[in-house]
Design a protein around this ligand. Structure first.
Ligand code: GDP
Ligand code: MG
Length: 177
């Protein structure tokens, strides 16, 4: 049987949010398929990807939802968040406005998401250090204030991508078991 059909012990839903262009879809394709796209793919409808992960002796099926560009119009509906146990809230370290909008995304997350949702603040595109507009310490400090985990990633260079998803999934597992 292929991995998709394997018996799993848990099914976790998690969502990706953040401004358009920050790299959400590329983070997901890296994690799910180890692929990166230079062009931003035009998206239609909500998309999600699965990956099976072993935590201890348990098999977890992680279902990660990606927006289909609705974030551009701030038109993500509550059904996107429904049942989600985790979220990666992504900004682009080279675009300050995407970082400033994080607090707006948090308001939405706290309105539609569950109370115990595991949220990780992700500063993506850390490969572009020469055009950095948000210092790592700043993102980290904000995350601490808000009680979130924090990591910088590069979907392009495949830095910390696996780690950030695994951290989220492990924390969800710890919370639910
Ligand atoms: P989304 O709108 O948040 O889903 O963002 P996309 O995944 O579509 O990425 C937007 C653009 O940023 C694309 O041109 C990607 O190639 C680029 N991109 C995404 N992640 C990275 C990264 O880690 N480093 C760099 N340099 N570019 C990235
Ligand atoms: Mg996208």
């Amino acid at each position: 049987a292929d991995a998709f059909d394997e018996e799993c012990d848990y099914l976790f839903k998690a969502v990706l949010i953040g401004d358009t262009g920050v790299g959400k879809s590329n983070l997901l394709s890296r994690f799910a398929k180890d692929e990166f796209r230079l062009d931003s793919k035009p998206t239609i409808g909500v998309e999600f990807a699965y990956r099976n992960i072993k935590v201890g002796d348990k098999l977890i099926k992680a279902q990660i939802w990606d927006t289909a560009g609705q974030e551009r119009f701030r038109a993500i509906t509550s059904s996107y968040y429904r049942g989600a146990l985790g979220a990666l809230l992504v900004y682009d370290i080279t675009r300050r406005s995407s970082y400033e909008n994080v607090s707006k995304w948090l308001v939405e997350l706290r309105e539609f998401g569950g109370e115990d949702m595991v949220v990780i603040l992700v500063g993506n595109k850390c490969d572009l250090s020469e055009s950095r507009e948000v210092e790592k310490e700043e993102g980290k400090g904000f995350a601490e204030t808000e009680g979130l985990c924090f990591m910088e990633t590069s979907a392009l260079r495949n830095l910390n991508v696996e780690e950030v998803f695994l951290q989220m999934i492990t924390k969800i597992y710890d919370m639910t078991s």
